[in-house]
Structure formats: structure tokens, C-alpha cells
Design a binder for this molecule. Structure first.
Ligand code: SAM
Length: 290
């Protein structure tokens, strides 16, 4: 394995002889992780891509200096963004994932035998290849023939598709750079068109603590386009604030099947989590009612 030691990548610094990654994309908050090793570090056409080995979170995918997923807590996010929507559509056959370059969501979706096609539209091939090679705790070295990797901008891709998908999962990075348009109303309108008549979509809608404005805007956009909208949350330790939100937009009422079809090998999602995750804290309920 090639270790990149000779010149330090951006965002990683030596402090008192130790390597530290500091996320400093926020004005008033910096989060630092002590790093054992730099496994991969390259600039792609879209962003700076790193796989780091950290002390507390194992291997992590870092894009433009921001932690996206880790070996220790990646399953929480990837299971929540996959299994929750799929429980509301137990006969889904065709699923589209937009973003999701770490392959964790595709890996979870592929656990459902009734799903025949999984299209993953990721803008940056380097993210997929580096995660398959160096972050298998998350990617699972996905080689399921039902998964088709399409390297394209998700915004352009959905414009070209109509009435095609049962479920669309928007597994995007933060709304800056190439992911910014993945939070726009126009994009969600095209997502709606790309869904079949009884389809549903889910997106990660950021931190209710630090990005309540983005969550509220996302909720409003989706509510204008879909008759049924629900927000749910999970705690993901490496995301700022811990508490993270997801928003579902559905063309039909959201009801859980009598018996869940959650795969037996999940690490986080179970029937209890499925029911509990829609119970929102009071401040969030009020913010969404406004
Ligand atoms: N779980 C992570 C989180 O919430 O921070 C994000 C998962 S995944 C790594 C996000 C992916 O979205 C990245 O690999 C990025 O390249 C991809 N992406 C960003 N903008 C995109 C776009 N316009 N179309 C397709 N993929 C995009």
C-alpha cells in the first residue's frame, strides 16, 4: 500500500509530533481527529479525496477536508438512509442512488433480493475507486451485478429520466461545490418526475442543530412537491452536532408493513429504531410547523 507521508495533504497537520485532521469549514467550530496514517490522498476534478486511518473512528473518507463516513459510525448513516425508505416500499424493483460514493448505501440496498436494479450516479469516480480499495468496512467491496455505477452529475441525470424509479436515495455531501444543486427545489422536482407514480425519495437534510435553515428549506421544497413528507433523525458521531436528519417525500401515504423486511445483518436499524426515528424533538417539530 502506498502511504503518502513525504508531503502532507491539505487539512492534515503535524502537532507535537502527531498527525491531526482538522475540519475547519465552519466559521465558529473546528473538529479535529488524531490520525494514524494517510492511506490515500488525491485531488480529483471535483474535490480533494482522502482516506485516513484515525485513532477513534478507524478509516475515514474525507472530501475537501470534511469527514463523510467512517468505519466506526458509517453504518448508522448508511443503514438509516437505505432501510427506512425501503421499508415503505417493500416491492421496490428499481432504485436510484445519487452521490453515495462510499458505496455504503448501495451495499445496504443490495441486501434486498426483490430489488432488480440499483443505479448509483456519483459525480466523482475517484471517491468510488478509493473507497472500494481502501474503505471496505463501509463499501463492502461491492460487486453485486445489480449495481450499475454511472459517473455523472446527479442533477443532469434526473432531468433525463421520467417515471422510472421506485425509490430515489439522495446521499449527497454538504450543500457546497458539486452537491449544492442537490438541495434545490428544481432538482427535487426532477426527482419527483423520475419516480414512478407510487415512488418515494429520501435525502440527507443536514444537522437540525447547526443547519436548521437548510433542513427547513429542504422540508418546504419537498412538501411543495410531494403530498406526504416525513423527517426522521439518527445520531451520527462524526457529523457536527451528532444529531442528523433525513427527509422522505412520497407520492402515497407512508405506512410501514405489518412485518418489517429489515435484513437480519443490520448493525443499527431494527423495528424499534424504525418506529422511534420519526419521533422528533420539540424544537424540531415547532420549526417544521412554521
Ligand atoms: N454520508 C455522507 C455525508 O452525509 O456527508 C455523504 C456520502 S457520499 C460520500 C456523498 C457523495 O456525493 C460524494 O462522493 C460526492 O462526490 C457526491 N456528489 C456531490 N455532488 C454530486 C452531484 N452533483 N452528483 C452526483 N454525486 C455528487
Amino acid at each position: 500500500m502506498k502511504h503518502v507521508h513525504d508531503s502532507l495533504p491539505p487539512y492534515v497537520k503535524v502537532e507535537n509530533g502527531e498527525l491531526w485532521l482538522t475540519e475547519d469549514d465552519r466559521e465558529n467550530l473546528k473538529i479535529s481527529y488524531r490520525i494514524k496514517d494517510i492511506i490515500f490522498s488525491e485531488q480529483s476534478d471535483f474535490q480533494h479525496v482522502m482516506i485516513l486511518d484515525s485513532y477513534d473512528f478507524g478509516r475515514m473518507l474525507v472530501l475537501d477536508g470534511v469527514v463523510q463516513t467512517t468505519s466506526i459510525d458509517g453504518h448508522i448513516y448508511n443503514e438509516m438512509i437505505s432501510h427506512v425508505p425501503l421499508q415503505f416500499h417493500p416491492s421496490a424493483k428499481k432504485v436510484l442512488i445519487i452521490g453515495g460514493g462510499d458505496c455504503g448505501a448501495a451495499r445496504e440496498v443490495a441486501k434486498y433480493k426483490h430489488i432488480e436494479e440499483i443505479h448509483m450516479v456519483e459525480i466523482d469516480e475517484k471517491v468510488v475507486l478509493s473507497c472500494k480499495a481502501h474503505l471496505q468496512e463501509v463499501s463492502g467491496n461491492l460487486s453485486d451485478p445489480r449495481v450499475q455505477f454511472i459517473y455523472d452529475d446527479g442533477v443532469a441525470f434526473v432531468k433525463e429520466h421520467e417515471n422510472e424509479y421506485d425509490v430515489i436515495i439522495i446521499d449527497s455531501s454538504d450543500p457546497v461545490g458539486p452537491a449544492e444543486a442537490l438541495f434545490s427545489r428544481d432538482f427535487y422536482a426532477n426527482v419527483r418526475r423520475a419516480l414512478k407514480d407510487d415512488g418515494l425519495m429520501v435525502c440527507q437534510s443536514q444537522s437540525p442543530i447547526f443547519h436548521l435553515d437548510i433542513l427547513r428549506q429542504t422540508y418546504t421544497n419537498i412538501r411543495e412537491l410531494f403530498p406526504h413528507v416525513q423527517v426522521y433523525t439518527a445520531t451520527v458521531p462524526t457529523y457536527p452536532g451528532g444529531l442528523w436528519s433525513f427527509t422522505i417525500g412520497s407520492t402515497k401515504p407512508l405506512s410501514l408493513p405489518e412485518t418489517s423486511t429489515i435484513p437480519s445483518d443490520t448493525k443499527y436499524v431494527n423495528e424499534g429504531i424504525l418506529k422511534q426515528c420519526f419521533q422528533l424533538p420539540q424544537f424540531l417539530k415547532k420549526a417544521l410547523e412554521k
